[in-house]
Write a protein that binds this ligand. Structure first.
Ligand code: ADP
Ligand code: MG
Length: 720
């Protein structure tokens, strides 16, 4: 397989992207039932009903839904769609759909049908999707329900065109079984909480949206070599492979010129993305060889998440067209940078004010500080939940490894804002002077304009007008961390407002009360601020002193979902019920366990049938050679004997340690509850992977290259 794949790669023809002359302005949203399509295909009444639902969350009545369905159907058919599907995000991590044809036989003829019922609600046979025990088998029904705030779109692939309707997925009893339902709740919550705060400062604000721009990192490898690696095919990452002589130490890949073949891929991806309204804006090489990044313009969180999920599907599909495979795993190659998905988040009012961007006067700067400081406090109080919201078997390789933000959650705000906050806290006269003088808040915009501080090591970094949650893994559904962040911030803003209002009721001045309360909040939250190198050992020590958590593995970090803090944050605010939290906990543990289980199995197969056979073959060659030399009376040097010795020892180690790992897996499988299984899979099974790998990688270096079966790192990373 290896040599065939190398031959294939060396004779690959460049796949030239089609439609090089397309106009992106024409393409953009051409497959989306967007505002202009709705105007064209809906009656005025139906159009207004949908707009009202999008803008104000008003429900669409049955009669109007009937009109919308009929308009949507006409639009989709005019675009050549043949099927429709409810598109949703179950807790498997990927997207789900079940297609129905528009055509139905009626009196011997085929007619195209799409009713309000089919638009608004469906009952997919989804009993095999994870529910964490929320659905008993006798009521295994789950429902998908239309989310009008994310427009329907037509997904096009070689098999045809399908009308996709974004939906939430809930159980018979209404419990959320997906990522979108709680996300929408959290967005409503943070909208209301932030709007209430805004009213202190800006009377005209009537709503706030959380915005999100997702930077997506990924690797591309050639399809032929991908197929020759069982670990890539089954686990999305390499389980073995010696580091190449040249890795990323030359820093020559980052922002370098994009290889032609990759460029064509990116172009095609952008074309497909534009059609369904994903506003891709940037593309470039990333740090590691074979690693790239793309990022869209930011959008409302709900849309940004849907678009990112779609983007990942598209990346996969377009890559295949170019005979590439896209790797979205957080750590496809050991010793080489992993991939993240930076979530840039802020809050924007309906009047267009970015609440994380300081304004031009003290009033708006105090508003900025209010949102800013409360966000930091929200992170402080909910750091374990945020950590859990990005936990996965694959992201464990990044968090705490030497290139991604660590498992310790902290916030970076830059030296200038640190100074501002310090001055703000120190000033004991704030109660007497006006808030403008006491904190110098009129100067913040100027300060920030020159503030170019960046900290690539921070999990949560302020970047001038937004926070960037950098710890999210490249394959993660961002809905999960965004639900946590929105809820945490909303919860904090609600408490803050209650305290301010209590002060005002007692007759205190509003602005002074706000300043005073902010100081209290900041004091409580301060120990989560960290400006230094998050990757350093000193920080781990310092963080420990500060009492910050450093939970390095998924099973332990997931406990935050069933902690008291989770009840206070999520349950109290109606985002999750206690049962839903437990279900999610269970599902995520199971997901973790299954992933490690699969890796363990694949590692076993690789050891026994990919690595040991050539190693033994080569060992025999060298040993035979020694014997032949001896028989011929030729002196055999020490080095050759050492070579045989080393190969034999590594072979022994691989076999012994793999056997042991298989045993540990059996033990873990026999444990009774999911929590124990996940923990055992982590400590007893997964912990041995690196050790087994060490010996296999040694063998890779010793064994004759021409009998080695697995494409090597050098080939995977550099050939295209
Ligand atoms: P940076 O250089 O800080 O990474 P970019 O301009 O490249 O900033 O933006 C990164 C991502 O952040 C993009 O997706 C961008 O649209 C998004 N972004 C910019 N402003 C905001 C905002 N106010 N809210 C959310 N995302 C934003
Ligand atoms: Mg960035």
């Amino acid at each position: 397989m290896r040599f065939e794949s190398l031959k294939t790669v060396s004779t690959r023809k460049n796949f030239i992207a089609k439609d090089k002359s397309v106009s992106f302005t024409e393409l953009f949203n051409s497959n989306v039932f967007d505002d202009s399509a709705m105007r064209d295909f809906l009656s005025r009444e139906a159009y207004e009903s949908v707009s009202n639902s999008i803008k104000n969350g008003k429900t669409i009545n049955r009669k109007m839904a009937e009109h919308v369905a009929s308009g949507m159907k006409r639009w989709a058919l005019s675009k050549g769609a043949t099927h429709y599907t409810h598109w949703f995000q179950p807790l498997t991590g990927s997207t789900a759909e079940k297609h129905d044809s528009f055509f139905e036989p009626e009196n011997g003829k085929a007619v195209e049908k799409f009713t309000a019922g089919a638009l608004v609600q469906q009952e997919p046979d989804a009993s095999s999707l994870p529910s964490g025990g929320l659905r008993n088998t006798f009521e295994a029904r789950g429902y998908t329900a239309w989310d009008p705030s994310s427009p329907a779109f037509i997904y096009e692939n070689t098999a045809g065109k399908t009308l996709c309707i974004p939906t939430v997925f809930v159980s018979y009893n209404g419990e959320a079984l997906d990522y979108k339902a709680p996300l929408l709740k959290s967005l409503n919550l943070v909208d209301k909480a932030a709007t209430d705060i805004c009213k202190y400062f800006l009377k005209k604000v009537s709503s706030c949206t959380a915005s999100l721009g997702i930077e997506q990192e990924y690797f591309l490898v050639d399809e032929a070599m991908y197929q020759a690696r069982p670990d890539l095919v089954m686990c999305g990452r390499t389980l073995v492979g010696h580091a190449p002589a040249k890795g990323q130490q030359m820093d020559d890949h980052y922002f370098g010129s994009i290889p032609d073949r990759v460029f064509n891929y990116m172009y095609d991806l952008e074309v497909e993305a534009a059609k369904i309204g994903i506003p891709l804006k940037t593309r470039h090489n990333e740090v590691a060889p074979g690693q790239y990044e793309c990022a869209p313009m930011f959008e409302d969180v709900n849309l940004a998440v849907d678009h990112n999920q779609l983007l990942m599907d598209l990346m996969d599909e377009v890559a295949k067209r170019h005979h590439f495979r896209v790797l979205l795993h957080e750590k496809p190659f050991a010793g080489i940078n992993g991939s993240g998905k930076h979530n840039n988040w802020s809050l924007i009012t309906n009047t267009g004010v970015n609440l994380l961007s300081p304004g031009s006067d003290p009033n708006s700067n105090l508003l900025f500080l209010t949102i800013f400081i409360n966000t930091i406090k929200a992170l402080h109080d909910n750091s374990d939940i945020i950590r859990a919201s990005i936990a996965s078997a694959s992201n464990d390789h990044r968090l705490g490894a030497n290139e991604a933000p660590p498992a310790i959650i902290s916030a970076f705000i830059g030296s200038k804002l640190t100074q501002v906050l310090n001055a703000f806290l120190k000033d004991s006269t704030a109660e007497d002077t006006d808030e403008k003088k006491s904190i110098n808040i009129d100067k913040i915009p100027e300060i920030l304009r020159d503030n170019t501080d960046r900290n690539r090591t921070s999990p949560f970094a302020f970047t001038g007008n937004k926070f960037e949650l950098r710890a999210v893994g490249s394959s993660t559904n961002s809905a999960q961390p965004m639900t946590a962040l929105n809820t945490a911030v909303a919860n904090q803003l609600i408490q803050f407002k209650a305290n301010v209002d209590a002060g005002v009721t007692k007759g205190k001045d509003l602005k002074k009360t706000i300043v005073l309360e902010l100081k209290k909040v900041l004091k409580d939250a301060q120990n989560i601020l960290f400006e230094g190198n998050n990757y350093s050992e000193e920080w781990a020590k310092e963080a420990k002193k500060r009492g910050l958590s450093n939970i390095k593995n998924t099973p332990e970090s997931l406990k935050a979902y069933i902690s008291k803090q989770a009840i206070d944050t999520f349950v109290k605010n109606g985002i999750f019920t206690k049962e839903e939290l437990h279900a999610r906990y269970e599902i995520m543990l199971e997901d973790y366990m299954k992933k490690i289980q699969i890796e363990g199995r694949v590692l076993g197969e690789i050891a026994y049938s990919y690595v040991l056979p050539p190693a033994i073959e080569y060992l025999t060659v060298v040993a035979t050679n020694i014997r032949t030399l001896k028989e011929a009376g030729i002196k055999v040097g020490k080095a050759q004997k050492e070579l045989v010795q080393a190969i034999a020892e590594h072979i022994d180690m691989v076999k012994t340690k793999t056997d042991k790992m298989v045993e540990s897996r059996k033990k873990a499988n026999n444990l009774q509850d999911t929590e124990k299984q996940a923990i055992s899979y982590h400590f007893d099974v997964k912990e041995s992977f690196d050790d087994i790998r060490y010996h296999m990688d040694k063998l890779e270096q010793l064994v004759d290259d021409k009998i080695w079966q697995l494409p090597k790192y050098r080939e995977l990373l550099f050939l295209r």
